[in-house]
Design a protein around this ligand. Sequence first.
Ligand SMILES: [Mg+2]
Length: 354
Amino acid sequence: MPDLPPRPDPGRLLGCLLGGAIGDALGAPVEGYSLDRIRALHGPSGLTGFSAERFGAGAITDDTQLTMFTAYALVRAAERARTRGFGGSHLVLLQLAYLTWLRGQGETFPEMDVHGGGWLEAETALMTRRGPGRSTIAALHRVAEQTFRGAPFGTVEHPVNDSKGCGGVMRAAPCGFPLPDPDDTFRLGCDMAALTHGHPSGYLPAGVQATVVWALLRGADLPDAIDTARTLLVRRPGHEETAEALDAAVDLSWKSGPPTAERLSTLGAGWIGPEALAIAVYVALTVPPGERAGRDGLVLAVNHAGDSDSTGAITGGILGAAYGPHVFPARWREGVEVASAIARLAAECTAEFC
Ligand SMILES: [Mg+2]
């Protein structure tokens, strides 16, 4: 385990949130399209900039919405621990934040008067329906049916479903912000994801993503960050599928030459957690560090047949945590839909965690 400072670097924290949103917005117009279709629509290099298709140029989707609700709930949990002297409310506040998001999706459920999103609730782009995952919606409806919401419903011990979709890992990056310890961070990532994704391959990739972000924000390099997360992963029951996907990504990154869409596609389509994580790790390890890393990495991460917005979001979170916000082109940093809300949220995270 590397010897790292307990608190995250504020610039990298902003980079993580902003990179995730940019990757989500870049990938959204081609989610589910085949590589051939993407190239037919956007040219031989594929999609290389924001496209107005689907939700509009630079528009974010559920991935960014839920990542921001995650960060917001973690800030409130830390505030509560600091000002009232009791901790341990992370999961209940996360659950409340996700139910608040559910209300914004046009879903109806008993006792809809839930408010766990604070100022995020006033941001239309964070509440309107932007292609939400079915597992997440269905799991939150089950939560909403519970009359007692003072305890998390959907845990590693009592799974809410058997989903291994990537909806847990795609919103996990902020779980790498608050805690000084990597074991606790891994557990938080898993517990947060298990609120909606009950299969180990649904929540363990979120533990990995949280821990990778945790280490990067505290100055680790990418291989060390991935190593730290893998060490924690393989101690967990049901880790095999996620560990195999992670190892395949690492192997592919050094065995097979420069990154290509075809090579990336051998890791899967990214609809399930382990594959989405693997694609992001492969991109992060193969894209050369430097000022083009954010641009080149995200173009690679979204141009494949599969869950392009989620693989873009996960990759952007990692690249931003590794290199900071300026690794992404200014036109993307300024053009992404929720740029000002991200700046505000990053400032709140910085005040609480850094
Ligand atoms: Mg999405």
